[in-house]
Design a protein around this ligand. Structure first.
Ligand SMILES: [Zn+2]
Length: 545
């Protein structure tokens, strides 16, 4: 039987795709062979024979030749300006596992330093401390080899820690006896000397010194436009059709769309001046259209990082001699006030919380805000929501919160999980636990920190096996079908758009991906290598491999 969204619309479709292996992520019809598209929407889904019968004289017929077709992938958490990819010194591989030498990092930054004016920062991006050919982390002394005159920083791709040279510490007047500020550390070695690594809130003080290259007016806009257009191309190359953007230049985003270079749909998560404008201007979550919509807030930071081992936990980090429990970067009172303010403004709350202590704080603030201003279906978002326990999962379920968990980490970051150990990893990135509890966990790559390939994410969720063959937290494995739902329909639910996207269902936007192999039947350890053949958004091919 053909399910059509109204007889009239299904007639004379613009496009009919036949002979496909279609996984719809629609529980009412999980698989199909064929579908019809009209005006950018699916209008019918069914068998090749039934759908072919809908063709009119102007209908394009595409023979999928048994290719696998799935709904377009949705990334619920992505730092997506793209400028770094285009313009900055990249000292690691943004997209995949690659080991680099410290010498290569120094070389790249030296080249950068040669054209950097006095007092201006030399910056390196996408550093990963456990992807070093030298099997050790960067030090202040390594970075002194870049320059003794200019401040130098290498930022970990996780975004919470950075490594500085001596000049930077000197300019900030930070020495071996400087105390750590609340929510951050100046790391020291066994002799009490600074190592160069600085975590979370301690970075603010150092980053405030020196100059940065400034771009203003049309030049700044042009760079932002080009960065966004560049990253949009990368997204569709990997099959992403919807992405939650953590802030960024909203004006540039609209211009990129106007000039036809926005290839994916954006849920814009506002921060700073844009968030203030939303609050003062009465712009609530949902304003916009199907290409560019105001979503939840940008992640509001509450603790440190999972990959950089600074998240706030209730137990000390295994192996820490000083009983380190991570960085809680905001007090409960300040957090409560922030949540209440955005919630009252009709904006979907969204906090970054990795450790169980931070998740507890965020839930306390959400529960309070929802008590003060009840709103059914508020779907407050918890970005990362990494380390859970049964009580936290119960509270997440009770208020209908939507967690956006790390996706590619299970494959990409196994070299960091020994810092936590198997007992904690059993409760980290807890897709199985959350889905069993009926919580619609979504997929948030957190790029830059994690590669954004959805297929890499799915492989990790299904196998919990890293690039190095290590398995961590196998109890949290989910099936391919579940992982597909996490990366499609659950993402749409997280942005309150499940009625218009997330599955191949009549009436929804024709966003889909054609894959060279069937991710359900291929060896699960090869899912990430499946070739994306075509990415279609709004019925139009945006990428062809
Ligand atoms: Zn993030």
């Amino acid at each position: 039987m053909v399910r059509a969204a109204g007889e009239m619309r299904a007639r004379d479709p613009d496009l009919i795709v036949v002979n496909g292996k279609v996984y719809t992520v629609d529980s009412r019809r999980p698989t199909a062979e064929s579908f019809a598209v009209k005006d950018g929407r699916f209008v019918a889904v069914g068998s090749t024979t039934d759908i072919r019968a809908l063709a009119g004289v102007n209908t394009e017929i595409f023979d999928a030749q048994h290719m696998t077709i799935v709904p377009g992938f949705n990334d619920s958490h992505n730092h997506a300006p793209g400028n770094e990819l285009l313009y900055e010194a990249l000292v690691g591989n943004p997209y995949d596992v690659e080991f680099v030498s410290i010498a290569s990092i120094i070389d790249k930054l030296r080249e950068r330093a040669a054209s950097t004016p006095a007092d201006t920062w030399v910056e390196g991006y996408f550093y990963d401390d456990t992807k070093s050919k030298d099997e050790r982390a960067l030090t202040m002394h390594d970075l002194d080899l870049v320059s003794n005159d200019l401040p130098v920083v290498v930022i970990h791709r996780g975004g919470h820690t950075a490594f500085y040279n001596s000049k930077a510490f000197k300019m900030a007047d930070v020495g071996k006896s400087t105390p750590n500020p609340p929510g951050g550390t100046y790391d020291r070695d066994a002799n009490g000397e600074l190592t160069g690594r600085v975590t979370d809130n301690a970075r603010t003080h150092i980053d405030a010194v020196g100059k940065r290259r400034q771009y203003v007016g049309e030049e700044a806009l042009r760079r932002d436009r080009d960065g966004l257009a560049y990253i949009s191309k990368q997204f569709v190359r990997f099959g992403l059709t919807s992405v939650c953007h953590e802030s960024g230049n909203l004006h540039a985003l609209q211009q990129v769309r106007e000039r036809g270079d926005l290839l994916h749909r954006v849920s814009y998560e506002a921060d700073g001046p844009e968030l203030e404008a939303m609050i003062s201007g009465g712009m609530a979550t949902g304003l916009g259209d199907e290409w560019l919509r105001l979503g939840a807030t940008c992640e509001h930071g509450v603790d440190g990082s999972f990959s950089e081992r600074t998240m706030a936990m209730s137990v000390p980090y295994p192996g820490s001699k000083v009983g380190y429990r991570g960085n809680l970067t905001e007090s409960q009172d300040v957090l409560n006030t922030w949540c209440e303010r955005v919630h009252r403004a009709g904006i979907q709350m969204n906090c970054h919380a990795n450790g169980d202590v931070a998740i507890d704080h965020v839930l306390t603030a959400y529960e309070r805000a929802l008590r003060l201003v009840p709103q059914p279906d508020a779907r407050p978002k918890i970005t990362h929501c990494t380390l859970v326990n049964d009580e936290l999962v119960r509270r997440i379920k009770a208020i209908g919160a939507v967690p956006a968990l790390f996706t590619s980490y299970a494959y990409y970051n196994p070299d960091k999980f020994h810092f936590y150990g198997e007992a904690l990893m059993k409760r980290c990135m807890a897709f199985r636990t959350l889905m069993d509890a009926g919580v619609p966990a979504a997929a948030g790559s957190d790029f830059d920190p994690g590669p954004f390939s959805p297929l890499m994410g799915i492989q990790g969720m299904v196998t919990r096996t890293g690039w190095n063959g290590e398995v961590w937290g196998a109890n949290q494995r989910i099936s391919v079908a579940e992982a597909l739902q996490v990366n499609t329909l659950n993402g749409a639910y997280a942005t309150r758009e499940e009625r218009v996207k997330g599955s191949i269902t009549p009436g929804k936007f024709a966003d889909y991906v054609m894959l060279a192999e069937d991710l359900h039947t291929i060896d699960a350890g090869k899912i990430k290598d499946i070739k994306v053949l075509r990415t279609v958004v709004d019925g139009v091919t945006r990428y062809q491999g």
